[in-house]
Design a protein around this ligand. Structure first.
Ligand SMILES: Cc1cc2nc3c(=O)[nH]c(=O)nc-3n(C[C@H](O)[C@H](O)[C@H](O)COP(=O)(O)O)c2cc1C
Length: 386
């Protein structure tokens, strides 16, 4: 893809996303994704591009009490810079203590809070995307986070709200701005939509107009580098957050870095290049987790890597069942290196898609929107936080 002259003009006017003292250039963030954005995937993506690469989500209480999964998530490679973590919180007390612990041990350079989780067992207890409805509690959680963060920027990631009729993003955005958070990322879908339909980018523009003193980062349906520029042009947002578009395609961050720097992005790799990256990714994951845990986890990535390439059904099946690194290396070396990607598949849903849902809220939840009491949405040891 060659940038058009309009795109080249546009990038000249785009600066870094400024999150407190952190300057993010290009203004591109790897979205936190449970089960995906571990240290191995972040390292791979960072090798291709630049920007900010957020961890998987850890619960605030898990950080404080040193739960094994939270410890794993908050462990960064010595050379990872900047170190960015996402927390899930429902209680100002655990929030403050978790932020204090992470900051005092110099373990992180950025902390993001997840207020967009649409998962039923979370919203049913008032957490995730439901929590901004309890605006006083939302405010207190953010106040505690900012109070203990020192110079480490705190950001908030949210959805439009619970559903079409319960949209919280404008109110929540203003509250977050008022409490001193450094940026707000908006996934422009409601929790009821899950990943269905199209992200409503116009709402990102509305948030940008309402929140004027801190950056607004847009999120949803960026599958190609040009989509990022389109989102910035259409919404005026200060940066973009990339989730599913980079699954099986970490070179998307190189395309983004090239485009934001005014260069022509390299073409999408042929299958030979894809195979090399796939093996590199698996090796990083094996280094991180050991082969027994890494290879079952890697299978989903293997299927994303070959999406859009005309590999045979038998090859695809073997990749999706791969047992060992050696087997993956053998399979990868047998793929036709010259095969080109079908460009129509770049926008195909990967990771999550699916139908809308009816969001469950605790009984009486809406009657007490100004109640600052924690809702008892017990953080769970593990759940998928999208
Ligand atoms: C597998 C998966 C896991 C996710 N986990 C999280 C999470 O832990 N925290 C979070 O804030 N969002 C999570 N998300 C949502 C993404 O961060 C992002 O908001 C969403 O995918 C929309 O962006 P996209 O259209 O670029 O994918 C997850 C998404 C996927 C696909």
């Amino acid at each position: 893809m060659h940038p058009t002259s309009e795109q080249l003009d546009q990038v000249k006017s785009i600066g870094p996303a400024t999150l407190g003292e952190l300057q993010v250039w290009p203004p591109v963030v790897l979205a936190p994704m449970a089960g995906i954005t571990n240290a191995a995937f972040r390292k791979l993506c960072r090798r291709f591009g630049a920007g900010l690469y957020v961890s998987e989500m850890a619960t605030a209480r898990g950080i404080v009490e040193d739960w094994p999964r939270s410890r794993e998530i908050s462990h960064f490679a010595p050379d990872e810079d900047p170190r960015s973590i996402q927390l899930y919180a429902t209680d100002p007390y655990w929030t403050g203590r978790a932020v204090e612990k992470l900051v005092s041990q110099s373990r992180v350079d950025h902390i993001d809070f997840n207020f967009g989780c649409p998962v039923r067992k979370i919203t049913r207890k008032g957490g995730g995307a439901a929590l901004p409805l309890r605006r006083a509690l939302f405010r207190e959680i953010l106040a505690e986070a900012v109070r203990h963060a020192g110079s480490v920027p705190i950001t908030v990631k949210m959805r439009l709200g619970v559903d079409q009729n319960l949209q919280t993003f404008l109110e929540a955005g203003r509250i977050a701005e008022g409490e001193g958070v450094s940026a707000i990322a908006l996934h422009a879908r409601t929790a009821a939509q899950l990943y269905s339909g199209k992200a409503d980018w116009a709402r990102i523009g509305e948030l940008k107009a309402a929140v004027t003193s801190i950056p607004v980062l847009g999120n949803g349906d960026i599958f190609e580098a040009g989509d990022a520029l389109a989102m910035i042009r259409e919404t005026g947002c200060d940066g973009v957050v990339i989730g599913r578009g980079c699954l099986g395609r970490p070179w998307l961050f190189r395309e983004l870095a090239d485009l934001f720097d005014g260069r022509s992005p390299l073409p999408v790799p042929t299958l030979g290049g894809v195979a090399d990256v796939m093996v590199e990714h698996a090796r990083l994951l094996v280094d991180l987790r050991g082969e027994d845990l890494a290879m079952p986890e890697f299978r989903k990535h293997a299927s994303w890597y070959v999406l859009g390439y005309a590999v045979s059904p038998a090859e695809r099946q073997r990749l999706c069942r791969v047992q060992s690194l050696q087997e993956l290396e053998d399979l990868a070396s047998g793929l036709d290196p010259e095969l080109e990607v079908d460009p129509n598949v770049l926008k195909a849903p990967r990771g999550k898609a699916g139908n809308p849902q009816k969001v469950a809220l605790p009984e009486g939840f809406l009657a007490n929107r100004d109640d600052p009491m924690p809702i008892g949405a017990e953080p769970l040891a593990a759940f998928s936080g999208g």
